[in-house]
Design a protein around this ligand. Structure first.
Ligand code: HEM
Length: 254
């Protein structure tokens, strides 16, 4: 039994925010070493939906209230929109010298398809706000789950380290993406961690036209929730040991 509890969520969130700002936007914001306190505070609380908004989502009239009062499930949208706009203006003047996410969007902005601009400034800002919000919280929280599991399964951690050490020694000139894809045990650990504790515990789709699937009618306009959390723990799909002991799937050689 582990005795001491430490906060890994905060450094992991900052780490992932740092990576997204660097890889996606070519921005050296020094989030981990010399952070802008306002940016950090806003990034760390961006998905903290106020309790009254969470309560409202349970009622059928939520959709109308949301539209009428322009309710936002995430906080600080104006701050992140302003941040993205300022990055866009800077990047229009000078490139980061890398073909990062922002560069790809800027290239699409300069292209047209059938006379229409592929991406407008507004769409670039919207996409980058989404990257900032969707990327850092999800990845930081996921890494926190993994740290927890690895702390409880030192054998898995040891095997993972061995794989990574060995792969680094024999990496050669392989590009980083290809290199990471080649780490098969890491892939299994990540997949199992995401199965057990996914921050994205459900997906939603809207039904565009009435249809019947497996005898169930879905009327046009309804939202269909796909419960990933329940599917990931459905005894019809998973042996019991996997459902009760996280990471035990790694021992089963499935
Ligand atoms: C463990 C980490 C992550 C998890 C579990 C996760 C999960 C998800 C899920 C479930 C969706 C919705 C898919 C759908 O309903 O179609 C989604 C969408 C999205 N995610 Fe992630 N995500 C992660 C990391 C990231 C990162 C690092 C970025 C970008 C830097 C990112 C950017 C996006 C974007 C842009 C969308 C919207 C895609 C669209 O509009 O179709 N996510 N993510």
């Amino acid at each position: 039994m582990l005795e001491k509890s430490i906060d890994v969520l905060s450094p992991f969130r900052l780490f992932t925010l740092d990576i997204i700002l660097r890889a996606g936007f070519g921005l050296d914001a020094q989030v981990q070493t010399d952070p802008d306190p306002e940016m950090v505070e806003k990034a760390l609380t961006v998905l903290e939906t106020p309790v009254y908004v969470r309560a409202m989502t349970m009622f059928p009239f939520y959709k109308q209230v949301k539209e009428f009062f322009d309710v936002d499930l995430s906080q600080h949208s104006p701050y992140f929109i302003a941040l993205s706009k300022s990055i866009l203006e800077k990047r229009k003047i000078s490139s980061s010298g890398r073909r990062d996410l922002f560069q790809l969007m800027l290239e699409a902005r300069d292209e047209t398809a059938e006379g229409t601009q592929k991406l407008t400034d507004e769409e670039i800002v919207a996409q980058s706000v989404l990257f900032l919000i969707a990327g850092s919280e999800t990845s930081g929280t996921t890494m926190t789950f993994f740290a927890f599991y690895l702390a409880h399964h030192p054998d898995v951690q040891e095997k993972l380290l061995c794989e990574i050490d060995h792969a680094i020694r024999s990496r050669g000139d392989a590009p980083i993406g290809e290199f990471v894809q080649s780490l098969q045990y890491l892939d299994r650990v990540v997949s199992e961690g995401l199965r057990h504790s996914s921050v994205a515990f459900g997906n939603v789709r809207q039904c565009m036209e009435t249809c019947v699937i497996n005898g169930v009618e879905f009327p046009e306009g309804v939202s269909v929730n796909i419960p990933a959390y329940a599917i990931h723990r459905d005894p019809d799909f998973w042996p019991e040991v996997i459902l009760t002991v996280p990471l035990s799937v790694l021992e089963l050689n499935l």
